[in-house]
Design a binder for this molecule. Structure first.
Ligand SMILES: Nc1ncnc2c1ncn2[C@@H]1O[C@H](COP(=O)(O)OP(=O)(O)OP(=O)(O)O)[C@@H](O)[C@H]1O
Length: 523
């Protein structure tokens, strides 16, 4: 009963929240400042008074103590605030208030009052806006029925972008609207065992799939210890049930060891010649598969490998930069040069999708000095793991993401961002691998990977010419147009889903009820 009388909407957002973290920082620093003053009052001052002549040496200790107090105070304040923010603690909540206050003020969502005293400054305050942290969700409540009503009813989307959180409910009450956000993207993380590949796509997180048949090839970036190797292991395990995985590990590190297991016999290489050969093999395989498809009685122009019941082939190259660095800079004939490599793999990224040959490149950095943009930009699915510099994110996700704020979080392994090919990066948690799980045992016992045998298909010079005629520049252009179209579709679909969800939520009916209703209509 009491609850109906008193509705707690949260803390009201006030103008002083604008620089809230700075103010808390000053507060945390204050005890150190007091200590410093006390030291000077009770120690420095009496010492100086006692001395008859004042020499410069007398001030060395007081200055050192002051510098020490200031330094320790600042570090202490920064540490407390940052660590709390990263743990989602008290200061993470204060930061949310600060961000909202800045948004409201910068967008003129303020009430201005003129002071009666002439010359005095105009006073500003926020309309009634509240913030409440509620377990795994955050709630923002806005008073409507005022001149801000239209803007507040539309604020759901900007808040979603601001807090990188999913809008899960919009509650309406007379005079108020409340937006509820799920702050925990991590809850969408799946376990390694839930990862599955089927019908040309692989599940990477709840609601996040890499649809490689439509948006082919993948780029994985990340610094040491970010979770690249674990993610690649997980991909190999999932994709290896759907098709065959070939592995290049130029550093002869973790992935190279897989070559010892039955399922990976003759599929793992780590020396320069071997990797170069594997890349050429991929191109060769593409040609053979195109020819195989062409020879099928049900051959139909435009149909992909799946139509002919063929299994996909994946080529993973780890530590791409290390591979590039060992290639010959110049040379002819037998020389393994960068030029030759790119000449050979360019057709792969542009044409191989239809033949079901996919390439996955992992690298610490994705600058053009490491990987040419003609290749990088055609690796449609982009994943970053661990902490990257601002430039690192731009190199991974492209210049058009310059204005997106990528946040480095500490303490969570396998966390980063993913763009499944639609040009929209989102927070990502790679499939979780329990500490007791043993990849070595898993791969040792893995079944042979399924593949379509095209070894007997001979590609003559004439065939090559014929293939080049079919899969020509026009084909590549059409491929690129198709991919651009797929991307537009995905973006539009994402927007549609968000709009539908927001509309459903705003209509007062719960989203799940709406979905149920729609399903009934379809039946
Ligand atoms: N998805 C995950 N689930 C559980 N633990 C993970 C996951 N990803 C990474 N880790 C943990 O982080 C550690 C480092 O991960 P990983 O070896 O994959 O990093 P890396 O980016 O490949 O680093 P390096 O390049 O130095 O090998 C792992 O040993 C594991 O303990």
């Amino acid at each position: 009963m009491l609850k109906k009388f008193f509705v707690y909407r949260g803390r009201r957002i006030r103008m002083f929240h604008r620089n809230l973290l700075f103010k808390y920082g000053v507060g945390l620093f204050f005890p150190f400042f007091v200590l410093m003053i006390l030291y000077h009052v009770f120690f420095t001052y009496p010492t100086i008074q006692k001395e008859e002549s004042s020499s410069a040496g007398l001030f060395i200790l007081p200055v050192a103590v002051s510098v020490f107090c200031i330094f320790v105070g600042v570090i202490f304040a920064l540490f407390i605030i940052k660590s709390s923010q990263l743990r989602g603690g008290f200061f993470a909540k204060q930061y949310k208030k600060q961000v909202l206050a800045e948004y409201l003020d910068d967008n003129e969502l303020v009430i201005k009052k003129k002071s009666k005293n002439q010359g005095a400054k105009e006073k500003k305050k926020f309309p009634k806006v509240y913030y409440k942290a509620d377990g795994d969700a955050d709630e923002f409540t806005f008073k409507i029925g005022n001149r801000f009503q239209d803007k507040f009813l539309q604020i759901g989307r900007p808040l979603e972008d601001m807090y990188l959180a999913d809008l899960v409910a919009v509650k309406r009450a007379p005079g108020h609207v409340t937006f509820r956000y799920l702050i925990d993207v991590q809850s969408k993380r799946i376990d390694f065992s839930e990862m599955s590949a089927e019908n040309g796509k692989v599940k990477l997180m709840n609601g996040v799939w890499w649809e490689y048949d439509d948006l082919p090839h993948m780029l994985i970036t990340g610094g040491t210890g970010g979770g690249k190797t674990y993610f690649i292991y997980a991909l190999i395990a999932a994709l290896g049930k759907e098709g065959r995985v070939h592995i290049s590990d130029p550093k002869a590190a973790d992935l190279a060891d897989l070559g010892n297991f039955n399922a990976f016999k003759n599929l793992v290489v780590s020396d320069k010649k071997g990797i170069f050969g594997q890349m050429e093999e991929a191109v060769d395989l593409m040609d053979k598969r195109f020819l195989y498809m062409k020879k099928q009685p049900n051959y139909t122009i435009g149909k992909n490998y799946r139509y002919y019941k063929m299994k996909p082939e994946f080529f993973i190259v780890d530590e791409w930069a290390a591979f590039i660095s060992v290639l010959d800079k110049f040379g002819r004939g037998e020389a393994l040069t960068e030029e030759k490599l790119y000449e050979s793999i360019s057709p792969l990224v542009l044409k191989a999708r239809q033949a079901g040959v996919f390439i996955i490149v992992a690298t610490q950095k994705a600058g053009t000095d490491v990987i040419r943009s003609s290749i990088r930009d055609n690796l449609m699915c982009k994943v970053s793991l661990g902490r990257l510099s601002e430039q690192g994110y731009i190199m991974t996700f492209g210049d058009e993401q310059k204005n997106k704020s990528f946040i480095n979080k500490y303490g969570v392994k396998g966390r980063g961002y993913i763009d499944v090919g639609a040009g929209v990066p989102q927070e990502f948690y790679s499939p979780y691998v329990s500490p007791t799980f043993d990849f070595v045992e898993y791969f040792k016992n893995m079944d042979e990977m399924p593949f379509t045998d095209v070894l007997s298909v001979e590609v003559t010079e004439e065939d090559k010419e014929m293939l080049n005629e079919i899969y020509n520049d026009q084909f590549i252009e059409a491929e690129q147009e198709r991919i651009a179209h797929e991307q537009d579709e995905r973006r539009a679909q994402r927007k549609r889903e968000k709009d539908e969800k927001a509309e459903a939520l705003l209509s007062g009916e719960s989203y799940s009820e709406q979905v149920k209703k729609r399903k009934k209509e379809v039946v």
